[in-house]
Write a protein that binds this ligand. Structure first.
Ligand code: SAH
Ligand code: SF4
Length: 342
């Protein structure tokens, strides 16, 4: 929602400040879907606001719920007619986590990713980013779904560090105690390894969690499947990680999708171990092995047995690693499956 516009409107109406506080609480904390629900406001004013101000900057079009009920994906039509997707996931009963998009499409072209396949359309505004959270708050309230809205992950469509101006503004709003009031540590940003972005987040939001999509411990292979590796290769990522550790002393999550016969051999594990060991303070790194979610016929997910073997091998070499569960695969609502199509 265009909060600045709302503030101006209230000022022009010479509304007392407590009215703005009432509206802020109702929208950003309680998740009301319209001003008419804010009964503490005078009726005439509620009607005027409903006419003048849109709470959401898009129109929800199609919702898909996974069979296990633990993830919901929604297709959103933006005001310019373009589409994005956002997902609500329940990693544990009573806990909800939102996966938000930061761009329409993505210019990075990672071969295994559905978002990358469609190319890049445009950056989202911070309003369009935070409205995804408002949307999920409203959804939980409307459907009387109980639980805690605990986390926000920038792991939907797009590369957040290519839209830092808007993403950083959205993080400011999400953590603003006067607006959403999320703790910085409940927000995670995932990047393909853009150095400038890693430096900026370390400086501006040292408490926000950082994940780096590594996927390969070998430059030749990484370049083959992730074009960005030509500009930000493993050596560059290593330097970014060191710089991040120096500034924040906080953990980084390395993401590793497991692709059968592509990056799941013992040699691949050895390359990965070598990379991790080459980094100072690597005890601050945690590796997440991720099941590949099908996006095209080109890749096949590694089997569960293979993933376990790979993990055990890493554990035996003292690498901190877990297999991350993937939710929402049956609705194409899992990582890398968001394409924003109707
Ligand atoms: N552009 C950022 C954030 C969005 S992608 C990034 O790449 O990190 C979010 C996560 O989903 C990344 O770790 C990405 O590598 C992963 N991903 C992409 N395609 C996937 C797929 N088909 N299966 C599983 N994970 C995938
Ligand atoms: Fe873009 Fe991330 Fe998908 Fe790569 S994995 S194409 S960086 S969204």
């Amino acid at each position: 929602m265009d909060y600045d516009r709302l503030e101006k409107l209230l000022a022009s109406e010479k509304m007392p400040k407590y009215r703005l506080d009432q509206i802020r609480k109702a929208i950003f904390r309680d998740g009301v879907s319209s001003f008419s629900e804010i009964l503490t406001l005078p009726r005439i004013f509620r009607e005027e606001l409903d006419e003048e101000v849109d709470i959401l900057s898009f129109f929800p079009e199609k919702a898909l719920k996974s069979l296990d009920g633990r993830s919901i994906k929604i297709l959103l039509k933006l005001k310019d007619g373009k589409y994005i997707e956002t997902v609500l996931i329940s990693p544990k009963p009573g806990i909800w986590s939102a996966c938000v998009s930061s761009q329409i499409g993505c210019p990075m072209g990672c071969q295994f990713c559905a978002t990358g396949k469609g190319g890049f359309v445009r950056n989202l505004t911070s309003e369009e980013i935070i409205d995804q959270i408002l949307f999920w708050k409203q959804h939980l309230k409307k459907n009387k779904i109980s639980g805690i809205f605990s986390n926000i992950v920038f792991m939907g469509m797009g590369e957040p560090f290519l839209n830092w101006k808007e993403v950083s503004k959205s993080i400011k709003d999400l953590t603003d105690p006067k607006l959403f009031g999320f703790g910085s540590r409940s927000i995670s940003v995932s990047t393909v390894g853009i150095r400038e972005g890693i430096e900026k987040i370390a400086k501006e939001f040292p408490q926000v969690n950082l994940a780096i999509s590594l996927h390969f411990g070998n430059n030749k292979k990484r370049s083959e499947y992730m074009p960005i590796n030509k500009d930000y290769d493993l050596n560059n990522i290593k330097n970014s990680i060191s710089c991040y550790f120096q500034k924040t002393r906080r953990k980084i999550f390395l993401e590793y999708i497991m692709l059968a016969d592509i990056n799941d051999s013992q040699k691949d594990a050895d390359d990965l171990i070598k990379f991790i060991r080459s980094i100072d303070d690597n005890y601050l790194l945690h590796l997440n092995l991720i099941k590949y979610n099908e996006t095209s016929g080109k890749f096949v997910p590694s089997t569960g047995t293979k993933m376990n073997e790979f993990k055990n091998y890493l554990v035996s070499r003292e690498i901190s690693v877990t297999i991350r569960k993937s939710l929402g695969e049956d609705i194409q609502g899992a990582c890398g499956q968001l394409a924003g199509k109707n």
